[in-house]
Ligand binder design. Structure first.
Ligand code: SF4
Length: 60
């Protein structure tokens, strides 16, 4: 199964990913996004959930 994570250096905290993939990504207390369900992110389009390239596929 694919795993995704947020590259916090690239994340702008814009929240677009939480709209594109509710339940897959949420904004963390630091104002950046975090992946809470990789399967959901995968179903929402994977890395494309973030238009800024901050969601990256984790190599297994
Ligand atoms: Fe915005 Fe991408 Fe960060 Fe989500 S992961 S808050 S879409 S920059």
């Amino acid at each position: 199964m694919e795993k995704f994570e947020v590259n916090k250096d690239k994340c702008l905290g814009c929240g677009v990913c939480t709209v594109n993939c509710p339940g897959g990504v949420e904004l963390d207390t630091d104002g950046k996004a975090k992946v809470i369900d990789s399967d959901k992110v995968s179903g929402c389009g994977g890395a494309d959930v973030c238009p800024h390239g901050a969601i990256e596929k984790k190599e297994a």
